[in-house]
Every structure is written in structure tokens, then in C-alpha cells.
Design a protein around this ligand. Sequence first.
Ligand code: C5P
Length: 397
Amino acid sequence: MLKGKHIILGITGSIAAYKSAVLCRLLVGAGAEVKVVMTPLAKQFITPLTMATLSKNPILVDFFNPENGEWNSHVKLGLWADCYLIAPATANTLAKMATGVADNLLLTTYLSARCPVAVAPAMDLDMYAHTATQRNLERLREDGVHIIAPAAGELASGLVGNGRMAEPQDIVAAVAELLAEKKKPTLTGKHFLVTAGATIEPIDPVRYISNHSSGKMGYAVAEELAERGAQVTLISGRTALTTPKGVERVDVLSAEEMYQACVERFEQTDGAVMCAAVADYTPQSVASEKIKKGEGDMAIALKRTRDIAAELGQRKGNRILVGFAMETQNEQANAEDKLRRKNFDFIVLNSLRVEGAGFRGDTNVVSLIDATGRKDLPLMSKREVAEHIVDKIEESL
Ligand code: C5P
């Protein structure tokens, strides 16, 4: 997400500075190169040693090294950065930024930075709500600073309210969005259906049959299509994921509900990407009361579900239909058979034999198979896999 991006992480004197350590790790983990600038007071909240170790770079606090006079050039630092993130940002630092005060390295770097700047305020609820702070934030917003809003919750003072620094993973997501290169809207005017996640087949009011699908692959495809300007309807089984920006999400539970939701909408679309892990079998009948346990074993009678992809394949016309396959044996032959049987334009074959591929993780190893042949892709993030899939959809349009 942040591969190769240069990020200055500014830390100010707030209790929330303990979260900067996690934040720094997440930024580095996402592929960013991080240099940390601290205010003198910040050192009392988290040690330079911790931050230097996590960022893999020496910490910058003073304008120059008093031992040898080496100059910490805020101008060079400002030019180096793709993003300047100040987290936590205290009321004091926000006030100084709003008025252009330049009495420490963190602030002079702010004035020199030509890159996007983001701040994650952290303070007590009354300080945050104060008109002075709100005025300063408004001014910073007008100056083009991106404010990562604090959340409501328990504060270091013991009070509960607004002012808690946003969680590190949310800050990383905000930075990633800020730096995301805007994609060309190559799919404007097109409408796609995407299925994702696991279906849930109820046995009785409390039990069900499901599978390990996280929905990540389908959500990544939906997000990629939307970023390229397409209208996207995401028919989602159970997942713990948040709806990608600009995507219409329809929640369903069972394979039958997913079938209905897809068949109803397919005609109005330009195509569908079938990422969902749909149950092949569902209980013949759903008990209306919780099934009591008895002494012996029990069996549940199952019946076949309807194949959504195959049904859409029948109604395809000149729409695009993309399927997924997860095979444990004869993968090529089975994928080719599925391609024909379900009338897919191409199929994404998940390799289950390679480490880093499959259900829950953020990476995948896939091959794209169409009538003309097979292309093996190396290990990459599910988001990158989604880019390849959508590139191929564009080629087929
Ligand atoms: O036949 P198999 O389940 O392996 O096919 C996988 C592909 O078919 C996936 O794209 C999956 O989303 C889709 N599928 C479906 N409805 C089903 C079963 C599978 O849409 N009932």
C-alpha cells in the first residue's frame, strides 16, 4: 500500500505517543520508509531508542547535534517526504502550526514540507472541544492539512469523550488514501456485480454451516472496480470487512438469498465477478427450534444449492463473467471444465499449495485462465491481484 513512500512521522508530547510505536511499525510493515521527528517533550512520553529501532532511522529532535554541530536540515527532510504525518498532535502543536510558529524541528519541518500533511489530534475532551482548538483545526483544514479525526472513548484523564487519537490502523488507512494515486476513470458508466464472502446455511435457530472465506478478495475487486469509476453492487455473505468507498453493498446470508440477489440484478449490469464461497449443500430443512442433543450420533440431510455462477452464465449475453476456482487436485483440468460449464470469460485459479495463498490472509497466488491459455501471477497482495483481474476485465470489454 505504501511501498517506497517516504513518510515523516512527527510525534508530540501526548500520552497517546505510546501508540506511535505501533503506528510506526504498521507504516514500515506497509512498505514505507519512515523518519521520526519528535518535539523535545515527546521524548518524555516515548523514548527515541524505541522509535529509532522501529523506524530503522535515527530520531530527529534538535536543529543540530550539540556535540558536533551537525545540522538536521528541515528543508531537506521536507523535500524528502511524500507525506508528513503528525500523530499524536497536541493542542499546543496544532495552535503553533495554525499560526506558523517555528520553535522546534517538528514545526520548521512542517513549514518546509511540500508534501501532503496529516495530523491525528490527541487531547482531553474539553481541550478538543474548546473554540480555540476548533478554530485552529479549521484554519489548518483551510491550509490544506488533512485532519484524522479523533475518536470518542476513554481518555487518559479518566474522562470519556472525544479526543482519543484515532487507532494506528485507521491512521495508516487515512495516509494510504491520501497518497493513493487517483486511478483513471476507465470504467465510468459500467456497472458490475461482485459476490464475496461466505454464505451461511442455517441448521436451526443457533447453528449453521459455513466456510473460512474472509471476503477479502471480493472486497478488493469491488474496491478496484469502484476506483476506476464503475458502479459496483457488492452482494456480500458474512464478512468482518467495511464496505469499500463508493460501493453499494447488499448483505445476504444463505446461498439461496445470494442467488436471488444476483439473478435480480444481473441483467442491468455489464458483468459480474463471482468471488463468493457459496455453499454447495444446505440442510434439507431448517429446524424451527434449537435441536436438542440426544445420546447417539446424528446426521443432517443436505440438498444441493443452486449454482449462481452457472445461472448467470446462462443469462450472460455479451456481459462479462469472471469466476474463481479453488482446487486441491487436477487444478488445470477442473478450472478449464468450470470455465466452459459456467460460461466464464476467464477464471481465477487460487493455488492452495503455495504459502501466502488462500482464505484469510492478505496475499494470494493465482493464475488467470481463459480459452486462450493461462497466466501465472507471483505472490502479491489481494489488492494487486484485484488490479490484474480488473485489467483483464477492461481488455475483455
Ligand atoms: O464449482 P465451484 O464451486 O468450484 O465454482 C466456483 C465458482 O463458482 C466461484 O466463482 C463461485 O463464486 C461460483 N459459485 C456460485 N454459486 C455456487 C457455487 C459456486 O456462484 N452455488
